[in-house]
Design a protein around this ligand. Structure first.
Ligand SMILES: Cc1cc2nc3c(=O)[nH]c(=O)nc-3n(C[C@H](O)[C@H](O)[C@H](O)COP(=O)(O)OP(=O)(O)OC[C@H]3O[C@@H](n4cnc5c(N)ncnc54)[C@H](O)[C@@H]3O)c2cc1C
Length: 352
């Protein structure tokens, strides 16, 4: 990384979006990652594409979904900037309605927008980014900061739900980025149980234990049943948070009944048609707290001041989702804030 102008830690969607934006603005970049993170699982993300939808409606849904614990300026930024994704990507017409969204807003490319987007970036960047596969430590960044104070560092290490035993995240996603940021003087917030998003419908049995079954099927005829076969709620099309609570209150497990979901809807979601009754439980899925940032992705200290040369983006940051992340907003946040962080770091390189 000695001859690079910018260091990015994290090789998920946020990290790669930052890399692309920084390279586009003429910066030389090293990206270090110890795995693929959660981004390869992103099948769809939110972008207001319908005529009856709007940035305002997207903002309102996101704030209401987060029970108004979000940072409104970050939410505004994400929703407004998401519009540019329409020009950037050739979405394939799939449009689904995540729980808690007032209209269908989740767009995709072959139900795999995360991996498709990252593959596209890698293809476009070819050899322009130096990539290192290894684990970065807070101590390493502190040493780098004192040796190369002019070099922007972007932390894009994703969430911390991997620290829980039964989780949808890989075990190495334990929140290393939070400790890196703190070691460099940045503040973190909302790193607590109240800011863990549970995915309500995670398989508990078989070889696919820990893999979630998509909740949007609740708009396509799927039902949630208690273990004794009774309906879990009169209407299960509530947000993920409320659904998880209902399952916990019913004893911790539920049946996800796909009997009445049309075959084509299951196939669209890459489901096995023979699987119609799946035992599920809520599992930690997305962390909602993390590094405190401003809308330009500068990391902030305890007093709200910019920590010079330090940026953060994606799931490692706090504030966008409040107490509950709407399905599809993880991908949108990674796309939008990844690009902002890359541009901002490129514009400040060499003059920190
Ligand atoms: C099963 C599943 C399905 C999901 N589906 C969707 C969806 O359809 N739509 C949606 O919007 N959101 C979805 N999400 C949420 C979404 O995946 C995340 O919000 C998003 O991927 C975060 O991107 P990121 O780049 O911030 O982090 P990640 O993609 O998690 O990347 C983090 C990177 O940091 C690296 N890293 C971590 N620590 C270190 C270290 N110490 N040293 C070096 N590298 C490090 C990791 O190896 C990885 O490369 C899903 C999540 C899961 C778990």
């Amino acid at each position: 990384m000695e001859d690079s102008q910018i260091l990015i830690v994290g090789g998920g969607l946020a990290g790669w979006r930052a890399a692309e934006a920084a390279v586009k603005d003429g910066a030389s970049v090293t990206l270090v990652a110890n795995g693929a993170g959660n981004s390869p699982h992103i099948h769809a993300l939110n972008c207001p594409v319908l005529p009856e939808d709007s940035v305002r409606q997207f903002v309102e849904d996101t704030l209401a979904g987060g029970r108004y614990g979000n940072d409104p300026v970050l939410v505004e930024t994400m929703c407004r900037e998401s519009l540019s994704l329409k020009e950037e990507f050739d979405f394939d017409g799939t449009l689904i309605r995540p729980l808690g969204c007032s209209v269908p807003r989740c767009v995709s490319i072959r139900h795999a927008i995360g991996p498709v987007a990252i593959a596209g970036i890698k293809e476009r960047l070819k050899d322009q980014v130096r990539v290192e596969s290894r684990t970065v430590t807070p101590e390493e960044l502190v040493a780098l900061r004192s040796a190369r104070p002019e070099m922007p560092i972007i932390i894009a290490t994703g969430g911390w739900c991997g620290k829980y035993g039964f989780s949808t995240n890989p075990g190495y996603m334990k929140g290393d980025g939070l400790r890196m940021a703190e070691a460099l003087g940045a503040a973190t917030k909302d790193v607590d149980e109240a800011h863990v998003q549970y995915e309500p419908t995670v398989r508990v049995e078989g070889p696919r234990r820990g893999i979630p079954v998509i909740t949007t099927l609740l708009y396509e005829g799927a039902r949630m049943l208690r273990m004794d076969g009774r309906d879990l709620l009169p209407d299960t099309r509530v947000n993920k948070d409320a659904l998880s609570r209902a399952i916990f209150n019913a004893g911790g497990y539920a049946w996800y009944d796909l009997t009445d979901v049309p075959d084509e809807k299951l196939l669209e979601c890459k489901m096995d048609l023979s699987e119609r009754m799946i035992k599920v439980a809520p599992a930690p899925h997305s962390s909602l707290g993390g590094i405190v940032i401003d809308p330009s992705c500068h990391a902030l200290d305890q007093d709200g001041n910019v920590v010079p040369g330090l940026f953060a983006c994606g799931e490692v940051t706090a504030g966008v989702h409040g107490y509950n992340r709407l399905g599809g907003n993880g991908g949108t946040a990674a796309m939008v804030f990844g690009a902002i962080a890359g541009r901002q770091a490129a514009s400040e390189r060499g003059r920190i």
